[in-house]
Design a protein around this ligand. Structure first.
Ligand code: HEM
Length: 215
């Protein structure tokens, strides 16, 4: 994972190129819907089944993303955005200069948030699943609540980070997560969008939810 040369970031040398393929974007917004849906259905017994179903959807999405992080398109790959503390620190330090490091995919700090968000989602689903046992220990309820509340707090930090980073780097990251495009040197773009795979994901999620809620 290397920052792009700031000299290559002029309007003359950049174009709107594809960075996030369809599966990454479908993963993100379906994860948002399932995590928020599970959060708002967690308190009422009337919605227990929906709550659990949304939890499984979130877990399934993370499982998919782990695989896509190994075999997906360039910026979806972990090797492209997971970095060590030295790289995170170098990025943070560069933010104080007038030429902050610029990354086409996730920046090193955003990448840490991404990994922690995914881990907390898994932890929330795992503690929730353990709670479904008849003889579940009482402390598990508290553990589930702590995991979920930490996750939601981090989502708030994540959204603030997205707004802040968009302003710092003069780009609209929210829009990029919708249309997949960012301003970058033309050769930096990905070549395949994997739309069919994204459709398969949507159908699999819809099919799973319907089956769970009907059964
Ligand atoms: C439950 C709430 C949310 C969760 C769990 C979540 C999780 C994630 C994850 C895991 C990624 C990495 C995507 C990937 O590489 O596949 C990501 C990226 C991103 N998220 Fe969220 N997100 C949430 C809410 C939001 C919201 C409300 C926004 C709207 C501003 C947002 C905007 C973004 C953007 C713009 C990126 C890409 C950041 C970049 O360009 O580096 N997220 N999010």
């Amino acid at each position: 994972m290397n920052p792009i040369d700031n000299d290559k970031l002029t309007p003359e040398t950049t174009a709107m190129v594809k960075v996030w393929d369809w599966p990454v974007r479908v993963f993100h917004w379906t994860l948002v819907a399932s995590v928020m849906g599970a959060y708002f259905t967690g308190e009422s017994e009337d919605y227990e089944r929906l709550h659990q179903t949304l939890g499984w959807v979130a877990a399934g999405l993370i499982a998919f993303r782990l695989v896509w992080g190994l075999i997906g398109t360039r910026y979806a790959r972990f090797t492209e955005f997971v970095s060590g503390p030295a790289q995170v620190w170098a990025y943070v330090k560069s933010l104080r200069s007038d030429q902050p490091q610029h990354f086409v995919g996730h920046n090193p700090v955003g990448a840490v948030a991404v990994i922690v968000l995914m881990s907390l989602t898994v932890l929330s689903v795992y503690t929730g699943w353990l709670l479904t046992a008849d003889d579940a220990a009482e402390w598990l309820e508290e553990a589930h609540e702590i995991a979920v509340n930490t996750l939601i707090s981090l989502v708030v930090v994540h959204v603030i980070g997205v707004v802040w980073s968009s302003r710092t780097h003069g780009e609209n990251l929210f829009k990029a997560m919708l249309n997949g495009r960012k301003a970058a040197p033309p050769e930096a773009g990905i070549h395949r969008n994997w739309g069919v795979l994204a459709w398969a994901m949507v159908l699999a999620v819809a099919w799973f939810v319907v089956l769970q809620l009907r059964g």
